[in-house]
Design a protein around this ligand. Structure first.
Ligand code: SF4
Ligand code: SF4
Length: 262
C-alpha cells in the first residue's frame, strides 16, 4: 500500500498532472507532520500508518498553498468527506485538486475526478463510533443545569489560542467573527462566558458541515473535548432533521416540522 501510494505520487508529479503532493511524513519524535512533495524523487519520504490522521484538506483553501499550483492530497475517508463539503461550498472545484484516496482497509484508490471521489465517500455511512455515541449519550442524560456547568467547567481553561480553528479544514474564513471588533460579537479575553460564546458560535457554524475528523480536539493543547460539542450536533441533526447533506443553518425544506420560519 505504501509503495503504491508513493508510486502514485511520483506519477502525478512526473507527468505534470499536479505540482505538489500533500501527504504525511516523519516529524520530530514519534510525530507525523504534513509533507509537501514537489519533486518525484522525494515521494519516497511519504509515509502512511496509524499515526497519519491529520486532515490534510485544511491546506486546500490556503492562499499560499493555492499559489503552488494544482495539488494532490493523500485522503482517508474524513479528508474525502471534507473535500466533498468544500466542493459543495464552492471552495474547491472539479479539476483543482487530485485525490490519492485511502480506503478504510488501507487500499490506495484511484479517482478520475472529484465527482467519483464524492460518489465513493457518499456510499460510506457517516456514523459516530460506539465510544463517541456513548459519550454523547452521557451528556444527554445530564440535566440542563448539569450540562451548563459541565461546559462552563471544561471550557473555562480555554486560552483562546485558536489552534482548534486553525486546524479545522472547514473554518476557512480569512477573517473570523471572533476577530471583528466593530461590532465586537464575541468577547476577546479568555473567561468563562466569553469562552462559551466562542465555542457555541463555532460549533453552530459547523453544524451539518463538520466531518468529525477530530483535528480540533487533537490540536487543543489543553485537550478540551471540543469533539463532544460537534458530535452532539451531528447526533441532533441526524435525529431531528434526518441527517444533513448541506449546511444545516442554511437549509429549509417546505415540510420542515418547525413552522416558525413560514
Ligand atoms: S470541527 Fe473539528 S472535527 Fe469537525 S471538521 Fe473541524 S476539525 Fe474536524
Ligand atoms: S485549541 Fe483549545 S485552548 Fe485553543 S482556542 Fe481551541 S479550545 Fe481553546
Amino acid at each position: 500500500m505504501l509503495a503504491k501510494m508513493r508510486q502514485k505520487a511520483k506519477d502525478l508529479l512526473s507527468s505534470g498532472v499536479v505540482s505538489t503532493v500533500i501527504g504525511y511524513g516523519e516529524g520530530s519524535g514519534n510525530r507525523v507532520r504534513a509533507l509537501f512533495i514537489r519533486k518525484p524523487d522525494d515521494a519516497d519520504k511519504l509515509i502512511l500508518d496509524e499515526r497519519c490522521v491529520q486532515n490534510l484538506a485544511v491546506y486546500l483553501t490556503k492562499r499560499e498553498v493555492r499559489a503552488l499550483g494544482r495539488p494532490a492530497v493523500v485522503a482517508r475517508v474524513p479528508v474525502m468527506r471534507t473535500i466533498q463539503q468544500l466542493m459543495f461550498e464552492k471552495q474547491v472545484a472539479e479539476g483543482e485538486v487530485a485525490v490519492i484516496g485511502i480506503s478504510p482497509d488501507s487500499q490506495v484508490l484511484d479517482f478520475p475526478d472529484l465527482k467519483s471521489m464524492a460518489e465513493y465517500v457518499s456510499a460510506i455511512p457517516f456514523e459516530l463510533s460506539a465510544d463517541e455515541k456513548a459519550a454523547v449519550e452521557k451528556l444527554e442524560k445530564m440535566t440542563a443545569g448539569e450540562r451548563w456547568n459541565f461546559w462552563l467547567d471544561v471550557l473555562s481553561g480555554c486560552s483562546k489560542c485558536y489552534a482548534c480553528r486553525q486546524s479545522c479544514p472547514l473554518c476557512y474564513c480569512e477573517r473570523c467573527t471572533v476577530e471583528c471588533n466593530q461590532p465586537q460579537w464575541v468577547s476577546v479575553p479568555s473567561h468563562g462566558l466569553g469562552n462559551l460564546e466562542w465555542h457555541i458560535m463555532r460549533a453552530m457554524h459547523l453544524a451539518g458541515r463538520c466531518v468529525n475528523c477530530g483535528d480540533c480536539f487533537r490540536a487543543c493543547p489543553l485537550e478540551i473535548p471540543l469533539n463532544l460539542l460537534t458530535q452532539k450536533i451531528i447526533t441532533d441533526i441526524a435525529d431531528k432533521f434526518g441527517g444533513a447533506d448541506e449546511y444545516a443553518l442554511n437549509a429549509f425544506k417546505p415540510d420542515d416540522k418547525e413552522d416558525f420560519i413560514r
